[in-house]
Design a protein around this ligand. Structure first.
Ligand SMILES: C[S@@+](CC[C@H](N)C(=O)[O-])C[C@H]1O[C@@H](n2cnc3c(N)ncnc32)[C@H](O)[C@@H]1O
Length: 307
């Protein structure tokens, strides 16, 4: 059985998933969990799991999707939990033991596009949540999902759509580059510096970046190229009351594991004067009780055809 005392050293993924994303704020952590739980329920609704089936949860992280699937279906479900991160797999295995479901789970350290050890045509459902966003070749990963599924098996996935953020950063870059410096507001320059540290901001970088090289329509194309049929994709754009309630949370959280928090960007790339201007302008916006955030999430279900 896994033992937290022998936990492998933290990596980028465990650092963000278990600590960084919460900005050391309990209220924010609770709000993040509520959002994530909603995504997980939708993914499992799309998976249509039944008793006695075999599930693969790709990029399991803390194991949230797989453990919720076991809660829903019960003791007859068998689950493969995969991840590239050793500390996250260790964490998930510890959680499985604590939940009393360790015997239903098999843990495999592998990338999403090489599901090593999972036999061909062996799974009923492959689920993944916020993982393909970090895989450059999404079609290759979807081909692996197709390989391990039984004919008639299903995929159900939820992925954030960050391309709009990258395009916004790219538009700011164009404004800055195509105008004389005295025609560009200092805040535009700072907003661009912030966004460009978290998202690719040129066409070339967008195409080379796993987090931005797809739109929801591309995801349909990737799944079709991997051999799936009966595709159903929903893009959910929700404008929600912001869960970031304080300046501290705003500067110390980051939107995805590959993005540095704003506090790091400010300390590395802003002068003291720029930091003051940025805070003076942005703090009232962030701490406005009516502040909203826009959440873009795609949900895709599809089937591996018979024959
Ligand atoms: C944002 S977390 C999502 C975790 C989990 N699916 C959930 O819903 O809570 C992304 C996860 O994908 C894993 N990951 C990143 N790149 C991967 C890859 N190429 N193949 C497999 N897993 C990957 C990370 O280690 C991390 O656990």
């Amino acid at each position: 059985m896994a033992d937290e005392a022998r936990a492998p050293a933290a990596d980028l993924w465990s650092q963000w998933l278990l600590h960084g994303r919460y900005a050391q704020d309990a209220e924010f952590q609770k709000a993040v969990h509520l959002l994530v739980d909603r995504y997980v329920e939708r993914v499992l609704d799309g998976g249509q799991l039944a008793a006695g089936q075999v599930l693969v949860d790709v990029g399991t992280g803390e194991g949230l999707v797989a453990f919720r699937a076991i809660e829903r279906v019960g003791a007859s479900l068998r689950a493969w939990l995969t991840d590239i991160s050793k500390p996250m797999l260790h964490h998930a295995e510890t959680q499985a033991a604590e939940r009393g479901v360790r015997s239903q789970c098999t843990f495999v350290r592998c990338p999403a596009d090489h599901l090593d050890g999972i036999p061909d045509s062996s799974a009923d459902v492959v689920v993944t949540r916020s993982v393909l966003a970090y895989v450059l070749d999404k079609t290759a990963a979807l081909r692996e999902f197709h390989r391990v599924l039984k004919p008639g098996g299903r995929i159900s996935l939820a992925e954030p759509v960050y391309q709009d953020d990258a395009l916004a950063a790219s538009a700011m870059r164009s404004v800055i580059q195509s105008n004389p410096p005295d025609r560009v507001s200092p805040m535009t320059v700072l907003l661009h510096r912030w966004k460009a540290a978290q998202y690719p901001d040129t066409e070339e970088r967008i195409l080379a970046s796993p987090i931005a090289n797809y739109s929801e329509r591309d995801m349909i194309r990737f799944a079709q190229a991997a051999g799936f049929t009966e595709l159903h994709l929903e893009l959910h754009i929700d404008t929600l009351p912001s869960i970031v309630r304080s300046w501290d949370v705003f500067i110390n959280s980051s939107p995805h594991p590959l993005a540095p928090p704003l506090s790091t960007i400010m300390s590395q790339q802003f002068t003291a004067e720029e930091r003051q201007l940025f805070e003076r302008t942005m703090r009232p916006v962030i701490e406005d009780p009516k502040a909203v955030t826009t959440d873009r999430m795609l949900y895709l279900t599809a089937k591996k055809p018979f024959g």
